[in-house]
Design a protein around this ligand. Structure first.
Ligand SMILES: Cc1cc2nc3c(=O)[nH]c(=O)nc-3n(C[C@H](O)[C@H](O)[C@H](O)COP(=O)(O)OP(=O)(O)OC[C@H]3O[C@@H](n4cnc5c(N)ncnc54)[C@H](O)[C@@H]3O)c2cc1C
Length: 446
């Protein structure tokens, strides 16, 4: 029998890729370092929910599972901005109600994707098996079982590294391939999860179908709705300094800081002090590496190739798009892996880099600008343009709602438009008199 494809990592990208392979009749063995999360309790402070949008949905649709996944998601139509005095402002994401993003539990989604992959008899998942080495020439992966401590070497027709930001497959490429480049740019901010439980008797304590943001200059709190009425909140906050995760080290400091900065959230953060002091702090970085592939022997997908900071809500969406593009390359070249991987890398690398840059840019936009009057005037003009011209898309819309436009194109076009509109809005106190037809023409020529 032919050797199976080996996927390292049964996370979001690995589990979806297995389903794509199975649909093409290819046999897959996945080695996952963690235990089967469907049989384990999720650990506190690790319940992240993610924004799933059109790029991710397109890929899920290609394997026929978008409907099933969306049943578990809560639509979010826009950002609800919370000012310090509790004033609320809604900023819709799209030009109308048809454009929205979806909040979904990362763990829940991962479990469904694994179960769907295992519906095919072509797919096996081996848990508690950590990849500790890769021999690319031999197509061999050495795994160590965390329960027995035993190691073994398995052989595949080719290897997919879907083992996340700290990928062992990538690190092995780096140590074995001459001239390999990999760099992580760390943000000075980290993140911590907090939670808002459902209202007593069920339901949501704050508006349901939005992404809540408390932007405060050098830091921000966000909250995404969960299916059960709860919200997962994430505080993006400096790692060090007086106002930082390190600095807020007592219950009193935490409460007084939150009461000053996020007063309207405090009554809903019912375990604030305990969660703040006990939940882990995550670090945030942007990974760029090259190459993404090793001849016909291996390719990286998802965070293993392009971990990005979470501020565009695109890391998973980009990872799912990798699966779709890799599948298109297989449709063209069959299992001529050298040809598949060469084309995959050529199509994806610049787009992986582009979403990494876009995500960092959006961090500053969300943190500093979403509540700023110039930015709000820009959004007003963008809405008018989007409603008047079907082919006009804001930068956010290009990235989020238009999978047919590659990230690299969205970045270039979106940034030019943004700069032009921000410059204009800086000069005008009121944009209600702007001639939209003329502005549209000007934007065609930048
Ligand atoms: C706070 C936060 C918020 C985010 N919000 C969003 C969002 O709103 N929208 C969005 O699209 N994305 C978001 N993301 C990004 C998203 O979570 C990732 O892009 C996505 O999980 C990448 O999927 P992956 O399969 O590549 O990696 P992972 O999901 O990390 O999966 C990797 C898998 O490999 C396994 N593994 C690791 N090492 C080994 C090894 N040596 N051997 C075997 N197995 C191994 C891991 O256990 C894991 O199961 C967010 C991320 C963070 C941190």
């Amino acid at each position: 029998m032919d050797k199976p494809i080996i996927i390292v990592g049964a996370g979001l990208a690995g589990a979806l890729m297995a389903t794509y392979f199975a649909k093409r009749g290819l046999r897959v063995d996945i080695y996952e370092s963690r235990a089967d999360m469907r049989k384990e309790e999720m650990s506190a402070g690790r319940s992240i929910n993610l924004a799933l949008s059109d790029r991710g949905l397109k890929a899920l649709g290609e394997v026929g599972i978008d409907g099933e996944i969306l049943r578990e998601a809560v639509p979010m139509k826009g950002r609800m901005l919370h000012s310090k005095n509790g004033e609320l402002k809604m900023a819709p994401y799209g030009k109308d109600d048809s454009e929205y993003i979806n909040s979904i539990s990362r763990g829940g989604l991962n479990m469904i994707l694994m179960t769907i992959a295992q519906h095919s008899e072509k797919v096996n998942i081996y848990f508690n098996e950590e990849c500790i080495d890769v021999d690319f020439e031999e197509g061999a992966v050495t795994v160590k079982n965390s329960t027995t401590g035993l190691t073994k070497t398995v052989y595949g027709s080719t290897i997919i590294g879907a083992d996340g930001a700290n990928s062992m497959v990538r690190r092995t490429m780096q140590s074995k391939m001459e001239g390999y480049k990999a760099n992580v740019d760390w943000l000075e901010h980290g993140y911590k999860e907090l939670s808002i439980p459902p209202a007593e008797g069920g339901g949501f304590r704050i508006a349901k179908n939005v992404l809540h943001i408390w932007p405060r200059g050098t830091y921000m709190l966000i909250a995404l709705p969960n299916f059960d009425g709860s919200f997962t909140c994430t505080l993006f906050f400096p790692l060090e300094g007086e106002i930082s995760f390190e600095g807020l080290d007592t219950k009193e400091k935490v409460r007084s800081f939150f009461e000053e900065q996020f007063a309207d959230a405090v009554p809903h953060l019912v375990n604030l002090e305990d969660e703040f002091l006990n939940n882990p702090v995550g670090k945030l970085g942007t990974l760029k590496c090259f190459p993404w592939v090793h001849s016909s022997k291996a390719a990286l997908i998802g965070d293993a190739a392009h971990a990005v900071v979470p501020f565009y809500g695109q890391g998973m969406n980009a990872s799912f798009e990798d699966c779709s593009v890799l599948d298109q390359c297989i449709a063209k070249h069959g299992t001529d892996w050298a040809a598949v991987y060469a084309e995959y890398e050529q199509l994806r690398k610049e787009n992986g880099d582009a979403i990494g840059d876009l995500a960092v840019e959006n961090f500053y936009e969300m943190r500093d600008h979403v509540a700023d009057p110039i930015f709000r005037r820009k959004r007003e003009l963008e809405h008018k343009l989007e409603n008047a011209y079907e082919d006009y898309h804001s930068k956010y819309s290009l990235v989020t709602f238009h999978p047919e436009i590659p990230y690299s194109v969205a970045k270039e076009k979106g940034n030019k438009q943004d700069k032009y509109l921000m410059d204009l809005c800086e000069k005008l106190e009121d944009v209600s008199g702007v001639d939209i037809a003329e502005l549209y023409e000007q934007l065609q020529n930048i």
